[in-house]
Write a protein that binds this ligand. Structure first.
Ligand code: TXA
Ligand code: MG
Length: 319
């Protein structure tokens, strides 16, 4: 972890308009001063991300919401108090001054308090909002370690704060609280059921959208470079028995099918619970992506709601 001197240095970089790699409990973010358009532009340049993709503003306390959002409903406040700091992003109506670079020219803004001590220390010392997308090149796998951030962004980010491997491992749940009914825009490890319990009402999950209000909603996203496909549990062994030499070597990720020996097949047994699986997923994909396999074969995961976030990321990684 980091000491106060490094936090102070990061604050200085941010005040001078620079970018800082910031650990959060979900994935590492690429942070910039959310009130400085010049700083925000650097995020898009570093990631190679189109400027119409909105950014999440990270804040240090619930009472800062009113600096960024207006017409904040009782329900939104309930969720904020129940889940923050934590892996939940609220979409709210934006306050007038919020930059188009943050909102993608929409009338809403995404906000969250991250549940990582280093992020919280940075936000406290900085004193303002930090816009931070995941610290990967556009469309690629989000980084879950400081090394992965450096690998993704190299020299474009001068300072990456060390925060260890991210606890959650996949991006926050995004819930749109700007309309009449709450809508989940991106599944995460905070489930629809948990949100429904707090709000005491049912909510809907967004259909695939045409415009990239949520870039993670693009069909192909969070993707390894190696060809990646999902395969049903009962077809794995059969596939490996019949696979032709020119399709090898392959790497297989299973959570329920026990490992067997095949030539030129690397077998990785993933955790069999959704939380453990999510924690490992990006880290494992990033590692195997470097190993020159001809394909990554991933066992389909359960359809139950606790696996929703993992299932969503696997579908995008393989599409
Ligand atoms: O866990 C996370 O949310 C991580 C960490 C770093 O906080 N951040 C993250 O940021 O995943 P990013 O930019 O990679 O993904 C944020 C998603 C994007 O798909 C963006 O389109 C969506 O949030 N988003 C941001 N503001 C929005 C808004 N006003 N309306 C709809 N979607 C929004
Ligand atoms: Mg991202």
């Amino acid at each position: 972890m980091v000491n106060q001197t490094e936090i102070d240095k990061a604050v200085q970089v941010l005040r001078e308009g620079g970018l800082v790699g910031m650990p959060t409990e979900t994935v590492y973010g690429l942070a910039a001063d959310a009130s400085s358009p010049d700083s925000l532009r650097k995020i898009f340049a570093a990631k190679g991300r189109p400027e119409d993709h909105p950014l999440i503003v990270h804040v240090g306390a619930v009472n800062e919401l009113s600096k960024w959002a207006r017409d904040i409903s009782e329900d939104a406040l309930k969720l904020a108090h129940a889940m923050w700091p934590g892996p939940l992003t609220l979409i709210l109506k934006k306050a007038p001054h919020v930059s188009d670079l943050v909102t993608g020219k929409q009338d809403t803004v995404g906000l969250r308090i991250p549940g990582h001590p280093v992020a919280l220390a940075l936000l406290k010392a900085f004193g303002g909002g930090l816009a931070a997308p995941s610290a990967n090149r556009f469309g690629r796998i989000s980084p879950t370690t400081a090394d992965a951030v450096r690998e993704e962004l190299g020299g474009t980010v001068s300072l990456v704060l060390e925060g260890g491997q991210c606890d959650v491992g996949v991006e926050s749940t995004i819930v749109d609280m700007s309309g009449e009914h709450p809508v989940i825009l991106r599944p995460g490890m905070i489930s629809a059921t948990q949100i429904e319990e707090v709000l005491n009402k049912s909510l809907s999950v967004a259909e695939q959208q045409g415009s990239p209000r949520v870039s993670g909603s693009l069909e192909s996203h969070y993707a390894p470079l190696t060809k990646t496909r999902l395969i049903e549990s009962q077809n794995i062994i059969n596939f490996l028995e019949k696979v032709s030499a020119n399709e090898l070597p392959v790497v297989v990720l299973t959570y329920s099918v026990p490992q067997q020996d095949f030539e030129r097949v690397k077998w990785i047994l993933m955790p069999s619970d959704a939380k453990g699986y999510a924690h490992d997923l990006y880290h494992v994909l990033r590692q195997v992506d470097k190993e020159h396999f001809s394909q990554i074969l991933i066992e389909e995961v359960p359809l139950s709601s606790d696996w929703g976030a993992v299932r969503d990321r696997l579908q995008r990684a393989s599409s």
